[in-house]
Design a protein around this ligand. Structure first.
Ligand code: ADE
Ligand code: ZN
Length: 323
């Protein structure tokens, strides 16, 4: 079953394109763009004690992306790499706050990413769309500005918005204007929450921000009533079990992750890698390790893969084609 899970066609809804940057690409772009790295081999930094510790390394990796060609290379390589592990479709996050603050143009970033995705699709057949993430650390005004620019550009590859970065001391409701504008523009909406914050914050992202999906949603399990609601309404969670161990240090081992409890409760809990290159993960390993840790059968894993299709933002005919 192990090799079969590598080949099983899989959808991924929670993967940060910057976190999928090959370590050698980080080094090469840093040199090309004159960005100083504190170590020769960036993977020496890839051990994290907490989400916020991870984020400081993520920001360093992001900082090597300067030109439109850099974004194209990143998108191309990330899709080629994931295709090698059976990923056939993805909705990829990019988080442009620090690049926009440094003077890059959203139009160039999206054009570069799109160019790379198209080239990788032509070569591998693996498709990907984009989700523009608000970086919570840059605050609500920057979030609203990002959505405003998306409204002006209306880029075809960008299906919707999300929100990532730190959860500590941030009230998700403060991003309500950005989410309301996204809704008016017809953009889909998701948000990272519950990786490092209580279940009440997850409820806020759904009820106040109108998010249709939740990224991570780990702490949902603290609130039995909310679990019943999410299960009843089929509100998807994009869960990243191995990331929760390697980034958030939420559990000492995969066996202690609540993923099987989530599935048992009837939640639409999909499987994803989050930041594969920065955590030495891939989607094939994610499926294999979860199957092994929780004793899932091949049919169980197919059901999980199909839930990825259901939770995606593809239209019905594209969903049917993937099933
Ligand atoms: N940015 C990249 N990966 C992230 C994660 N797991 N949580 C929050 N922000 C992120
Ligand atoms: Zn994430």
């Amino acid at each position: 079953m192990i090799d079969v899970l590598e080949l099983l066609p899989k959808v991924e809804l929670h993967c940060h394109v910057e976190g999928a940057m090959r370590p050698e690409t980080v080094g090469e772009l840093a040199r090309a763009n004159g960005v100083g790295l504190p170590v020769g081999d960036v993977t020496e930094l890839y051990r994290y004690g907490s989400l916020d510790e991870f984020l400081s390394v993520f920001w360093l990796v992001q900082s090597v992306l300067v030109t439109r060609g850099d974004w194209a290379r990143l998108a191309y390589e990330s899709v080629v790499d994931a295709a090698g592990h059976g990923r056939v479709y993805a909705e990829l996050f990019f988080t442009p706050a620090r690049h926009l603050a440094a003077g890059q143009r959203l139009a160039d970033i999206v054009a570069g990413l799109t160019e790379g995705l198209e080239a990788a699709e032509a070569e591998t057949g693996s498709r990907a769309m984009l989700i523009a993430d608000i970086d919570r650390a840059y605050g609500p005004a920057a979030g609203l500005q990002l959505v405003t620019e998306l409204g002006e550009l209306q880029p075809e590859r960008v299906l919707g918005i999300g929100m990532d970065s730190t959860e500590l001391g941030v009230d998700p409701a403060s991003f309500r204007e950005a989410y309301a504008l996204a809704a008016r523009l017809g953009l889909r909406r998701t948000g990272h929450q519950g990786e490092n914050s209580p279940a009440s914050a997850i409820a806020t992202v759904v009820d106040v921000l109108g998010a249709e999906r939740i990224d991570h949603g780990l702490s949902l399990m603290e609130d039995a009533e909310l679990v019943r609601r999410f299960a009843g309404e089929r509100i998807p969670l994009t869960v990243c079990p191995n990331s929760n161990i390697r980034i958030a240090n939420a559990f000492p081992s995969l066996e202690l992750h609540p993923y099987p409890a989530m599935r048992k409760a009837g939640l639409l809990a999909t499987l994803n890698t989050d930041d594969p290159a920065m955590t030495d993960l891939d989607l094939g390993y994610e499926y294999r390790s979860v199957a092994e840790a929780f004793g899932y059968t091949f049919d169980d894993m197919v059901a999980i893969a199909l839930d990825g299709v259901e939770a995606s933002w593809l239209d019905d005919s594209d969903k049917a084609a993937l099933r």
